[in-house]
Design a protein around this ligand. Structure first.
Ligand code: ZN
Length: 209
């Protein structure tokens, strides 16, 4: 699938905002990643920076736009597919960038920082809220999220993104991570589940290049 723009929502789950000592936002907070950041998690080993401090995992629901945003269209017509992704983050680098009030690109845009599982059909908001998504690290569940816990729901995120940046066919949105983010170590094995079934996974290699 050819993906155009990659938008990511920060601080969209209350408990996650709190665990990083961030204020609960009053309007959606977005950043983006370059398309070079993307990698599909299909059981392989992926290379991550090993010499830039901590790399944190952030498991997130990701939606794919079927067509250009139009406010009158229902969500089911705008979004055709969804998956679970990882918004991998150089947390120490990000902390330094935050102190300087610099953009987050260095912490969020490195190669393989945007991990995607296999695409699933989008079945609508109500059906999505019935199911949790989870991340397991080395066989242990570390994150569990549900769309109903989002601070800003999908219609709000789409409207906001379209208004400020444009939102069209082929764009994807990482919709924010629930609580439980943490550091990755070399050779950690990750499994992402939707509807309690594995839809992707990978092992990480963190070596200095
Ligand atoms: Zn994130």
């Amino acid at each position: 699938m050819k993906i155009k723009n990659i938008y990511c929502v920060g601080r969209n789950y209350r408990l996650h905002a709190q665990e990083l000592n961030n204020a609960i936002p009053t309007s959606p907070f977005l950043f983006s990643k370059p398309t070079h950041a993307l990698v599909e998690a299909k059981g392989q080993t992926i290379q991550l920076p090993g010499d830039q401090g901590t790399v944190h995992y952030e498991a997130e629901l990701v939606v794919h736009m079927a067509r250009n945003y139009e406010p009158s269209l229902p969500l089911e017509n705008l979004i055709d597919q969804m998956t679970i992704g990882l918004d991998l983050t150089l947390r120490d680098v990000q902390d330094e960038l935050k102190k300087k009030a610099y953009p987050w690109l260095l912490a969020k845009g490195f190669p393989n920082s945007g991990v995607l599982c296999s695409w699933q059909p989008f079945e609508g908001l109500q059906e999505m809220a019935v199911h949790d998504f989870t991340l397991e690290k080395n066989g242990q569940e570390v994150q569990r999220g549900n769309i109903k816990d989002m601070i800003f729901d999908l219609p709000t995120l789409l409207e906001f993104t379209a208004k400020h940046f444009g939102l069209g066919a082929g764009d994807i949105i990482f919709t924010g991570t629930p609580a439980g983010v943490g550091a990755l170590a070399n050779e950690d094995a990750l499994v992402l589940k939707w509807k309690e079934e594995m839809i992707g996974g990978c092992r990480v290699r963190m070596a200095a290049k």
